[in-house]
Design a protein around this ligand. Sequence first.
Ligand code: ADP
Ligand code: MG
Length: 174
Amino acid sequence: IGYLIFTLRISSEGIDSTLVILQSRLQLHSKGETIKIIKKYGDLPLVECYPRQLNQVFMNILSNAIDALEDSGNSRMMDRLPCSSYQSPTIFIRTEMSDPTYLAITIADNGIGMSEEVRKRIFDPFFTTKPVGKGTGMGLPISYQIIVNQHNGQLYCTSAPGQGTEFVIKIPVV
Ligand SMILES: Nc1ncnc2c1ncn2[C@@H]1O[C@H](COP(=O)(O)OP(=O)(O)O)[C@@H](O)[C@H]1O
Ligand SMILES: [Mg+2]
C-alpha cells in the first residue's frame, strides 16, 4: 500500500479533500461560530510522495487545529487575553516552494496554543493533553514518521499559549 507517485498538485488536492471530510467539525458548538479557512496554494513542482500517508498527516494536523479552536471557544471572550485571541477562529493553509529543494505546507491556527513543555513532547508516542477517549497521542508521532522517515522531509511546530500554533511540513522536491 502507498505507491510512490509523481504529481503536481497532490498537496492542495489532499488538503481540500481532508477539509471536506472535516467539514462538519468546522462548526464550533461552543460559540455557534464557524472556523474560517484561509488557503493560499502556490504553484508547486513535482514531488515524490505517498499521497495516502500525506493525507493522513493533513488529517492529523487539521484535526488538532480544530480541537485547539474548540478549546479556545470560551477564552476568546475574556478581555485579559492577547488580541490574537479576539480574532474569529481561523485556520491558515499555505503551500509554497520554501527554497528550490523543498515544498512547504504551512498549517496554522489561532487556537489555544501550547506551552513550551507541551510543544517539546508533541512527537512523543501517546503524549496527549486531551481527555481519555478524545486523544490518543498518536497523531503527531505518526505524522512525524510519515514526513521525516518516509518522505525524508521535515516537520516543525511553533506555538505559544494563547498565540496559536503553526506546523510546517517540508517535502523534498524530486
Ligand atoms: N494545533 C494545536 N494547538 C494546540 N495544541 C496542539 C495542537 N496540535 C497538537 N497539540 C498538542 O499536541 C498533543 C499531541 O497531539 P496528537 O499527537 O495529535 O495527539 P492527540 O490529538 O490525540 O492528543 C495534543 O494533545 C495537544 O496537546
Ligand atoms: Mg491529534
